[in-house]
Design a protein around this ligand. Structure first.
Ligand code: MN
Length: 421
């Protein structure tokens, strides 16, 4: 019999007692603080902390759970994260009476998720987006350069990435304003200015950095995991027409910096442990600083759902898996710091679009419609080359356990018209 909580958790709930993701919530009355999700509830860790439940050397007597971001908790590192998880799991289990039999305390500790506002889980100082799906890179490269030159010569030697914009990372549910910018239609002699006509989503995941490293002091690959707290879902909204005109030679800029959405609940590495899979063989063999014995990935099912303003229900347009990433998170982190670059608690490192080998596993409209050539056909007869105003795009994902799920909830955003419309 697996671990059970005295809180009822539906079989298909993302938030089983095996999961216990961390996030920042604001109750109707009171300031934002740290909580964990279970079933349809949020557990208010600031109340448990004030009661002395986390009074142990691992927490350095700080009040990390009454903060309005996870940053202080992130900085503590894995022994503290493990201890917190053990204590919370213990308090929520059917075996423990502390909360189960104390109605007064329960009333203060549990909030219904529908009654609280979720906020960004961390003050994200820096954000990096990798490009680690082989199939995404190959499809995009094929469109731009043809199948013979699909991958750039560096792609299988290093995890390609760009430094993104942290200030425009928003929480799920935030509206996405269609950006304006310069684009150059193929036949035009000069660029034009106006709202993007090819707004896209990118299905991604991202991880939050715990303890950082000092400037000049790279993280060796076999220590990379010590610096990773957990994962969220991400949608890297992208304006393809702006991107096509601006990206050479330095990469994406305004095409990506107008909005990036993430899900509110951070699923820890501890919760994902049962879903570890060996990283597939890499050829050519990476350089030694990117190699470790038993490198790994995770079996995480991922979906993107599209709902236009005239549809009654969302339609699944992408089904993919985290295992479609070629580079591991340890390789991404080791590569990021090999120059001496210092990561800090709360930094966010994203996977890049997670496309797989099949058509339905393509993680963005650019690939699904092959740059607009094959529009998506939706169940109500509508078609889409790109996202239109009023469309809502939702990414969800989970690991399927034996009788429980470790889920990520969702990251959702609705497109609203440009300021010029
Ligand atoms: Mn991206």
């Amino acid at each position: 019999m697996s671990l059970q909580s005295f809180i009822d958790v539906a079989r298909d709930s993302h938030f089983s007692i095996q999961n216990l993701p961390f996030g920042i919530f604001q109750p109707k009355q009171g300031k934002p603080r740290v909580g964990v999700a279970i079933g349809e509830y949020v557990v208010d860790l600031s109340v448990l902390e004030a009661q002395g439940h986390f009074r142990s050397p691992e927490f350095q007597d700080g009040r990390v759970f009454s903060e309005d971001s996870l940053n202080a908790f992130l900085a503590l590192g894995r022994p503290s994260w493990r201890k917190a998880r053990e204590m919370i799991q213990h308090l929520l289990s059917t075996e423990t009476s502390t909360l189960r039999d104390d109605a007064k305390l329960r009333a203060r500790v549990f909030h219904e998720q529908r009654d609280v506002m979720m906020q960004l889980p961390a003050r994200i100082g820096n954000y990096t987006d990798f490009y680690s799906s082989y199939h995404h890179a190959h499809n995009v490269g094929t469109m731009l350069r043809g199948p013979e030159n699909a991958l750039m010569p560096n792609w299988k030697w290093l995890p390609v990435a760009y430094h993104g914009r942290a200030s425009s990372i928003v929480i799920s549910g935030t509206e996405v304003r269609r950006p304006n910018g310069q684009t150059k239609p193929p036949d035009a002699a000069a660029p034009v200015f106006g709202p993007s006509k090819s707004l896209d989503y990118e299905l991604e995941m991202a991880f939050l950095i715990g303890p950082g490293n000092s400037l000049g002091d790279p993280v060796p690959i076999d220590r990379a995991i010590d610096h990773i707290f957990g994962f969220v879902l991400m949608n890297d909204w992208s304006a393809r027409d702006i991107q096509a005109w601006e990206y050479q030679p330095l990469g994406p800029f305004l095409a990506k910096n107008f909005c990036t959405s993430i899900s509110p609940w951070v699923v820890t590495l501890e919760a994902l442990e049962p879903f570890r899979k060996p990283l597939p063989h890499q050829h050519p063999e990476p350089l030694p600083y990117l190699r470790q014995k038993d490198d790994f990935t995770f079996d995480i099912h991922l979906e993107a759902h599209l709902k236009t303003s005239s549809m009654d229900a969302p339609h699944i347009i992408t089904r993919t898996n985290f295992q479609n990433l070629y580079w591991s998170v340890a390789q991404q982190l080791a590569h990021h710091t090999i120059s001496g670059c210092n990561l800090q608690p709360g930094d966010l490192l994203a996977s890049g679009t997670i496309s797989g080998p099949t058509e339905e596993s393509r993680g963005c409209m650019l690939e699904l419609t092959w740059r607009g050539a094959n529009p998506l056909k939706l169940p109500d007869g509508e078609t889409r080359k790109w996202l239109e105003d009023g469309d809502t795009l939702t990414v969800t994902g989970w690991c399927e356990g034996d009788g429980y799920r470790i889920g990520f909830g969702e990251v959702s955003g609705q497109i609203v018209s440009s300021t010029l419309a």
